[in-house]
Design a protein around this ligand. Structure first.
Ligand SMILES: [Zn+2]
Length: 175
């Protein structure tokens, strides 16, 4: 009998859906694609679904999606995503502060005093000559009702050429 698992020839079995290391996987068809899955994932196979009727396709597809996502997390090397703040001070923070301050009709003296710094310091910040520390940035943002931070878009998975959610098709192509 043809044994798919031995053809793959991995030292240990990795479930092709959730990425879990398991002692053994079994070949299961999902959406007409053959995958070697752990016991927990195997129940999402087409056969099972057909024998129980088509009604559960929705929730089951969602469960597959969740497992694919957990697989993606496992497969990702730890260094890429550490959950760090991806915000940083905008380049033109000085200009933004000055504009917002003037819109509020505040002089440099008044505004500096209201956030507890010297006028000279504020004028340096507004000239982009001095980078305010995080706490001060927060105070300025609050006082002026503006945001001085920029989101840095995290483009995960650039090495493998895909970003965001991985679909079943994506990962089949990868293997
Ligand atoms: Zn699995």
């Amino acid at each position: 009998m043809f044994n798919y698992i031995s053809v793959v020839g991995m030292e240990h079995m990795i479930c092709e859906m959730c990425g879990k290391d398991v002692p053994t996987t079994k070949p299961v068809f999902i959406e007409r694609t053959k995958l070697n899955l752990c016991g927990a994932c195997a129940r999402f196979g087409d056969e099972q679904r057909e024998s129980k009727g088509v009604a559960q396709k929705g929730p089951s597809a969602q469960a597959i999606e969740q497992r694919l996502q957990s697989r993606e997390r496992r497969m990702q090397t730890r260094d890429i995503y550490s959950g760090k703040e991806s915000r940083h001070l905008m380049d033109e923070y000085g200009e933004a502060i000055r504009t917002a301050r003037m819109r509020k009709g505040l002089s440099q003296e008044d505004f500096a005093a209201s956030i507890g710094i010297k006028k000279g310091m504020l004028s340096k910040i507004e000239a982009n000559d001095l980078i305010p520390e995080d706490k001060l940035v927060a105070r300025i943002e609050k006082a002026l009702g503006i945001s001085l931070m920029e989101e840095v878009a995290y483009s995960g998975g650039t090495q493998s050429g895909s970003s965001g959610k991985m679909t079943l098709q994506d990962f089949i192509r990868r293997e």
